[in-house]
Structures are given as C-alpha cells and as structure tokens.
Design a protein around this ligand. Structure first.
Ligand SMILES: [Zn+2]
Length: 280
C-alpha cells in the first residue's frame, strides 16, 4: 500500500483542525472545504498542525532513545495489558476505531495494529513531527498524524477507544470525539515506577516521591471507572539501556546529568496503572 493511500480509509473520520469542515484528498494531500491544506509526508504521516511546536526535551534524540528502550522490551508487560484491554473492547464490533493520543514514537499503536483484526482502524497522533518521523517507520497501516491534543482533527463521536499512555490528556476533547459507550484507556506511572532511578537521583530532584492520586481523581470526575489494573515488573538493566532511559525519562529532564551517578543502578522497576473508563 502506498503510504498516502492508507489515509483514504479514514477520511470520513477527519475534520479540519482550523474550521471543523470535512476533509477530502487533493494532489497528495488533504484539503478542507475552506481550502485549508495539509501535506502528507512521503514518510507516511500527515501534518495537521498549522505551525510546528517543539516541547523542550522532546526532540529527535529523545524519541530515538525511547524507541530503542521500548524495543528492548522494558515496557512489554504494560503494552501487553494495553493490547489485551483494547482487544477485549474491540471483539465482535465492526468498524472499531482506536486513537492513540500523544503516541510519541508509536510503540503502542504499532503493536495494537499488529495484533488486532485487520478491520480495526488505528489512528495515532503526536504534536511532535520528530515523533511521527520515527513512528512512520512502522510497517503497520497506522494512520500517523501530527496534531494538537487541544484540537484533535477527528469528528465528534467518531472514536471507539482512546489510548492515553504516559502523556497528558485533554478530557474535553476526549469526551467530544468518543462514540457513546466508547472507552478511554489511560496509563499512568505507578508509585514504584523508576524507583531505583529516583533513589539514585534523589539529591538532585525537587519532588522526591511520586503520587498519581491527583491524576486519578481528575480521571474519575469525567469518566466512570470500569477497571483499574496495576502492572509491574522489576528487571536487570545494563549501562547502555540506562543511558537511553536517562535521556527519555521526564523525571530527569531538569537534572544536570553530569552530576548524576547511576553506577549503583543495576535493576529497574517499570510500573503502571492501566485505567479504563467510559464517559459519565
Ligand atoms: Zn478548514
């Protein structure tokens, strides 16, 4: 399949992020009724942002590190839980549409596309074009988009399942785009997540411990909780993977890395809570 052709399958789901009008195809790109144009990159993603935004720390090197680290399998148990959850909700439904909101380098969207039926549509977006360049290397027919979570370029009530994995949410937009009965699968760090790293970096950290209580409260205000699962694994880690982890973890973004002594760290806990909810 041509990298551009795959977007035909979802054009009925998209809307122009500038004016909200329908989108059609025109000479290798997307165009709305008001002639707002969006290019499909030859690499296989579409840019639905007007201006490129760069968030501090979230650059090409960050996504490359995160890609290597995830491919090494440290988050596999979390991915398995996410895939099985989506699979369960998709079972027996036709035209099931999954949207990975803030998908980064695309690990979860790629795996869902691999493992679920062919008629499940997987859309994924991130605000970073660098993330989409990395993600679009996937051989899966995921519809990768550069887009803004505060203005998601899909129609009202068009999505069956939203994934929000280790990334900020926008519940107003999520409620708008979910179909009636649709689900949000939100993954947040567990209390023991990266505990060894946190301990080693403790003298340099402003927040010594982490709690996800605030995030959970906010989730339950908007979504009726269906399920909450703690997934945790502690694994040995080598110095080469540790270097990638240090580059990719937001925990250490504000830390002066030359002051960091990680020689004592030889294992790592990767822990998350997988929350599932429906719109209240
Ligand atoms: Zn428009």
């Amino acid at each position: 399949m041509e990298k551009i052709d795959k977007f035909y399958e979802i054009k009925h789901l998209l809307q122009c992020p500038r004016c909200g009008k329908k989108i059609r195809f025109h000479s290798g790109g997307l165009v709305c009724k008001k002639e707002h144009r969006f290019d499909i990159a030859a690499k296989g993603y579409v840019n639905l942002l007007q201006e490129t935004k760069t968030l501090k720390g979230y650059d090409k090197a960050f996504f490359a590190s995160r890609y290597r680290f995830l491919q090494a399998g440290y988050y596999r148990h979390i991915m398995e839980e996410v895939v099985q959850t989506v699979e369960q909700f998709a079972r027996g439904k036709s035209d099931f549409v999954v949207l990975d909101a803030g998908c980064g380098e695309g690990y979860y969207a790629d795996q869902i596309s691999r493992r679920l039926d062919r008629d499940v549509q997987v859309l994924a977006f991130d605000i970073s074009a660098d993330a989409m360049k990395q993600a679009a290397k996937s051989l899966q027919p995921v519809k990768w988009m550069v887009a803004d979570i505060t203005n998601i370029p899909v129609k009202d009530q068009s999505i069956d399942c939203i994934l929000d994995v280790f990334t900020p949410a926008n519940y107003k937009e999520f409620v708008r785009i979910l179909k009636p009965g649709g689900v949000l699968v939100k993954v947040v760090p567990g209390a023991a997540h990266m505990g060894q790293l946190r301990e080693a970096a403790a003298p340099l950290l402003r927040n010594k411990s982490y709690t996800n209580e605030e995030v959970l409260d906010y989730f339950e205000k908007t979504f009726e909780p269906v399920r909450r699962t703690l997934v945790s694994r502690t694994m040995p880690i080598g110095q080469e993977h540790l270097a990638d982890l240090v580059r990719m973890t937001p925990l250490l973004f504000d830390v002066e890395q030359r002051k960091l002594d990680l020689r004592g760290v030889d294992e790592i806990t990767v822990e998350a809570e997988v929350l599932v909810g429906t719109v209240r």
